[in-house]
Design a protein around this ligand. Structure first.
Ligand SMILES: NC(=O)c1ccc[n+]([C@@H]2O[C@H](COP(=O)([O-])OP(=O)(O)OC[C@H]3O[C@@H](n4cnc5c(N)ncnc54)[C@H](O)[C@@H]3O)[C@@H](O)[C@H]2O)c1
Length: 305
């Protein structure tokens, strides 16, 4: 799409004050989108508020001749999320795109994970993405147009150590995105998910104890939020009009379409199964097809392109 075609389009970007959301807000503004830059200004593990990041991003877009509004709405609060969406329509007259990018981390090995670590991560990522999407769905349905992009993670798609809360939330976001895509296709509304890799203050919390962990952080530092933004802008625009319910990965200059679960091997018996029959026949038949117990850093161990 040309800048002229996207002129007048309006997006809400959550978590737009820092990291990936910030780069997405600037990239959309550069293409002529009006942007509601939402960011609570929370700490990396949640908690705390700071209007500075959202205001800085909105101010910078306006200073460069664009249209932007800052929002410090806490997306975990459904009323605040609804007000965030309303503010886009009130200020700019419509809403065309929603980018769910706000996030926090509370990494702990599973057998030590506190209920509070589970609740806070699930609430910000999964419920927050639901709250904003649900409010925007009303607008999109009435307009019969609109597009969502949600941030998932390879921690959810593949797995990672000490991130049960985050992995569950990010897997949940894939289910949310796909469900929105299915339910809202009749209104020409699209929904896609991206698992990004980018150096940000969120990744600054990654452990650097072992040589492998140090190498992983060094690799992460070579990947930037600015490399994520073009795919988001493309997915929100009409050029991606046939793309919905998909999961992508961006890693440096590499863009990937991910597979989604489908039956891999099937066996059926007219008389049904017993545990022993499964052990004797099904187990050996699928053994070579079992997915290895790998983490995301093990799968993505090569240097970024
Ligand atoms: N950086 C990566 O490599 C990476 C990898 C996989 C997934 N992601 C995902 O990408 C998204 C952006 O991550 P990032 O690395 O840019 O992190 P970041 O910490 O730089 O930015 C996240 C922003 O979300 C805001 N936020 C937190 N809670 C909020 C709330 N309740 N309401 C509104 N705003 C809130 C924070 O204030 C922060 O500015 C997250 O969803 C993250 O899980 C990032």
């Amino acid at each position: 799409m040309t800048e002229r075609e996207t002129e007048g389009r309006v997006a809400v970007v959550t978590g737009a004050g820092r990291g990936i959301g910030r780069a997405i807000a600037f990239a959309l503004a550069a293409e002529g989108w009006a942007v509601v830059a939402n960011d609570l200004g929370a700490g990396p593990a949640g908690g705390g508020t700071d209007a500075g990041p959202a205001e800085e991003v909105a101010g910078k877009i306006r200073a460069e001749g664009g249209r932007a509004l800052a929002s410090t709405a806490d997306i975990t609060d459904s009323a605040a999320a609804a007000e965030l969406v309303r503010s886009a329509v009130t200020e700019f007259g419509r809403l065309d795109g929603v980018v769910n990018c706000a996030g926090i981390l509370r990494d702990t090995i599973f057998h030590k994970m506190a209920e509070e670590d589970w609740d806070s991560v699930l609430t910000v990522h999964l419920k927050g993405s639901f709250n904003v999407s649900r409010a925007a769905a009303e607008v999109f349905r009435n307009q019969s147009s609109g597009a969502f992009v949600h941030m998932t993670s390879t921690a959810g798609l593949i797995g990672n150590l000490a991130q049960a809360n985050y992995s569950a939330a990010k897997s949940g976001i894939v289910g949310l995105s796909r469900s929105i895509a299915l339910d809202m296709a009749r209104y020409h509304v699209r929904s896609n998910a991206i698992a990004p890799f980018a150096w940000s203050r969120l990744i600054d919390t990654l452990p650097e104890n072992t040589p492998e962990e140090k190498a992983r952080v060094a690799r992460m530092k070579r990947m930037t939020p600015e490399q994520i933004a073009p795919l988001v802008v493309y997915l929100l625009g009409d050029d991606a009009g046939e793309v919905s319910g998909q999961v992508f990965v961006v890693r440096g200059n590499e863009v990937m379409l991910m597979s989604q679960p489908r039956p891999l091997r099937t066996m059926a018996r007219n008389d049904g199964w017993t545990p022993q029959l499964l052990a004797d026949h099904f187990g050996p038949a699928v053994r070579s097809s079992l997915v290895p117990l790998e983490t995301s850093p093990q799968v993505f161990s090569y240097d970024p392109v």
